[in-house]
Design a protein around this ligand. Structure first.
Ligand code: ZN
Length: 218
């Protein structure tokens, strides 16, 4: 069994590694966990002692297979709990992340597997992120950013890069939510804003910041 802090480190490293596919620097870990590099070095050494990761000074950190398994288990629990909170308890998609941060540390595998079954083995959480199955596998679908779409192209909103409550609330207000179809009408070369049409009806203007934080399935 691992402590909350150990688990949070493993998850943070897993997410950083997912993005860059090589060793993760202790500075990057410190940034993502909002802590000092010195504390990261201590914890990384501790986790290395438990064979959960490999740490090479000046090179960085790579999770071992055992460390990866723990991290994926946490991601699985986190995303299943978010799905449960939205689908069954009617929380909104901007409210569930902090709750899931706590619920993901529940140890019982049996509870998690039953939760998965109860929810009907969902493939994605309320933010469009893939949910790992019991065996650790997850569906990976090729998504692109809204900003990468050319004019006249169509796609479906399928995920968000930024998970902050303010961003999610903003999207909700604009009806830029999962499952909505988008047609790119015009891209503004000056400020990279876009005018788009939602569900073949409403035309709206989105900022460059929004366009680089929405994931689309073509
Ligand atoms: Zn979350």
């Amino acid at each position: 069994m691992y402590s909350f802090t150990e688990e949070n480190y493993l998850k943070a490293i897993y997410k950083l590694q997912e993005r860059q596919e090589e060793a993760v620097s202790t500075n990057a870990i410190a940034d993502s966990l909002n802590t000092r590099a010195a504390s990261v070095t201590d914890m990384v050494q501790k986790l290395s002692g438990k064979s959960l990761l490999i740490y090479e000074k000046y090179k960085g950190v790579v999770l071992t297979e055992a460390g990866r398994k723990v991290a994926i288990g946490l991601v699985r629990k986190h995303r299943l709990w978010e799905t449960f909170l939205v689908d069954k308890l009617r929380f909104t998609w901007d409210e569930v992340h902090e709750l899931a941060e706590q619920l993901e540390h529940i140890k019982s595998e049996e509870l998690v597997d039953k939760l998965d079954e109860f929810l009907g083995f969902p493939k994605h959480d309320p933010h469009g992120d893939p949910i790992p199955q019991q065996d650790g596998k997850m569906l990976s679908q090729a998504l692109i950013l809204l900003e990468q779409m050319p004019e006249k192209a169509f796609a479906i909103i399928s995920g968000v890069v930024n998970h902050s409550p303010v961003f999610l609330q903003y999207l909700q207000k604009q009806n830029l939510v999962l499952g909505i179809s988008v047609e790119v009408l015009e891209k503004n070369a000056f400020d990279k804003s876009m005018s788009i049409r939602l569900n073949a009806e409403k035309e709206i203007q989105v900022s460059a910041e929004v366009a680089r934080n929405l994931l689309m399935k073509v």
